[in-house]
Write a protein that binds this ligand. Structure first.
Ligand SMILES: [Zn+2]
Length: 235
């Protein structure tokens, strides 16, 4: 693993790199699929030098190059999503947000866990998945599975914002059907894309709790039957 780190982000990058190694080892073991990657943790100035994604700090993986790119200051990005979603959060979700992330909520630790989701995009497959939301479900299922199994204390950090996001009704986003996920960024901006991800993370948690690693292995093999219940329960 090569790690490229902007000045000032060294300590965070070290922690992220250590988690990435743990997650890769777990995934390679569970899925019988060794793989490698390079980790980039970038400030705003260096972002444009290493990635095509125009919005700073959106975590992403490049499956061709094996790059995982994260912002060294992800807070701004997720703070704006939180601000947009907050009016729709119920009392219980607001309380949970404050309990887990503080008041005002600090979302760096949440954003750092998305690294595990991005690693899943680099896992070698038997067969590629037919639709974008299948691929994202696979990534979320792997992230939930890893955290539940190896870093259970971090699971609430990953899940709480996602659960709260499910309070935002479909009527409040531009795109809301599963097939429209691929168009959601363009149609409704980053927050609309995140709206899908949050619901998929919560669906993945349900799937993990009922079917465990077998569901992850099925998706890795290109079998989408396990996604049927996600589709059935979608708003
Ligand atoms: Zn993804």
């Amino acid at each position: 693993m090569t790690t490229v780190v902007s000045r000032g982000a060294e300590a965070r990058a070290e922690a992220l790199g250590a988690r990435a190694e743990r997650a890769r080892a777990w995934l390679a073991d569970q899925l019988g699929a060794p793989f490698s990657f390079d980790l980039f943790v970038l400030d705003e100035d260096e972002w444009a030098d290493h990635t095509e994604i125009p919005v700073y700090a959106i975590p992403h993986a490049n499956t061709d190059s094996g790059k995982i790119v994260l912002g060294s200051q992800p807070a701004t990005l997720f703070d704006s999503v939180r601000a947009q979603f907050w009016p729709d959060f119920g009392e219980g979700s607001r309380d949970a947000m404050h309990r887990v992330y503080g008041d005002p909520p600090m979302l760096e630790a949440f954003a750092d866990l998305i690294l595990v989701h991005e690693l899943l995009h680099l896992v070698p497959r038997g067969e590629s998945l037919p639709l974008m939301w299948h691929e994202e479900l696979f990534a979320n299922l792997g992230a939930v599975g890893y955290l539940a199994s190896e870093e259970p204390d971090e699971l609430p950090v990953y899940m709480t914002f996602c659960h709260a996001g499910c309070d935002v009704p479909p009527a409040h986003v531009a795109c809301s059907t599963l097939v429209d996920m691929a168009a959601s960024f363009e149609e409704g901006g980053f927050a609309n894309y995140v709206w899908y991800q949050f619901r998929l993370v919560v669906a993945a948690e349900r799937l993990w709790n009922t079917r465990g690693v077998a569901a992850l292995q099925a998706l890795q093999a290109g079998e989408v039957d396990v996604a049927a219940e996600v589709e059935r329960d979608w708003p």
